[in-house]
Design a protein around this ligand. Structure first.
Ligand SMILES: Nc1ncnc2c1ncn2[C@@H]1O[C@H](COP(=O)(O)OP(=O)(O)OP(=O)(O)O)[C@@H](O)[C@H]1O
Ligand SMILES: [Mg+2]
Length: 240
């Protein structure tokens, strides 16, 4: 579903990604862990074409996204749901309008949908928040905002979902609910997911495979159990 090869990205002298590699297989939940500032968000932004890498190749469902024109890039983006770190809901729009936004943006692919209510309702129901349709984001708790952001990512029925820190800033109980929801969504929508987190509980529950990102490259890879029992000091530090 995704393939990143030798990805490099620097900002001046700050060499953030120094040859990062990744493969995401169909139906899989892959977790990337890395310290704050290690380049996880930069990597995910390169992946969706929001940031241009210095070098390396990024293939999404076989297509090299660094070589696509705007229309082609837009098209491939409908296959990818992106849950931003910090949600990125539009504050001045209702929940319904937030969910309608991707449908309107991708009119070419989905046509001019006259009645968006069934699609909005379905996406909201899958996160258990159908009753919030006419509320503003500011009227929702942090956990609810996360779930709305997930509903917005789901509305285009993407094949791939990218989660950037889905549980950060949430209390442990709300985090558990979000983690449960991520698992349900994977079953219901049969998506493949890339999950960026430094939440060890989240990684343990959702990951089928993990990559540890250190110094801009793949430091270690394996299942949660394999990495959690590693003798390597740098790996151990992640699980403390
Ligand atoms: N647009 C930008 N311009 C310049 N430097 C940037 C830019 N975006 C990110 N960086 C730098 O790249 C590095 C990695 O940032 P990034 O946001 O990817 O970290 P992260 O691993 O997602 O951290 P966190 O866990 O805190 O979210 C940081 O040193 C940051 O300052
Ligand atoms: Mg980040």
């Amino acid at each position: 579903m995704l393939e990143i090869k030798d990805l490099r990205k620097s900002f001046g002298n700050n060499h953030v990604l120094n040859g990062f590699n990744l493969e995401l297989f169909e139906g899989e939940n892959l977790v990337i862990m890395g310290k704050s500032g290690s380049g996880k968000s930069v990597m995910i932004k390169c992946l969706v074409g929001l940031m241009q890498p210095d070098s390396g190749s990024i293939r999404v469902m076989g297509k090299d996204i660094t070589k696509l024109n705007r229309v082609e890039l837009d098209d491939i983006r409908t296959e990818i749901g992106f849950l931003f770190q910090g949600n990125a809901l539009y504050d001045s729009m209702t929940v319904r309008e937030n969910l309608e936004f991707p449908l309107r943006r991708h009119k070419q692919k989905f046509g001019d949908i006259k009645d968006t209510t069934p699609l909005v309702t379905e996406a909201l129901e899958s996160v258990g928040l159908a009753h919030t349709m006419d509320l503003m984001p500011s009227e929702l708790s942090g956990g609810m905002q996360k779930r709305i952001a997930l509903a917005r990512a789901l509305i285009l029925k993407p094949r791939i979902i990218l989660y950037d820190e889905p549980t950060s800033g949430l209390d442990p109980i709300t985090s558990k609910e979000i983690i449960e929801l991520m698992r349900r969504v994977q079953k219901q929508y049969k998506t493949s997911s890339l999950i960026i987190t430094h939440d060890v509980d989240c990684a343990r529950v959702v990951s089928e495979r993990m990559i540890l990102l250190v110094d801009g490259t793949n430091y270690a890879e394996g299942t949660f159990a394999e990495l959690a029992s590693s003798k390597d000091e740098q790996v151990k530090a992640f699980f403390k």
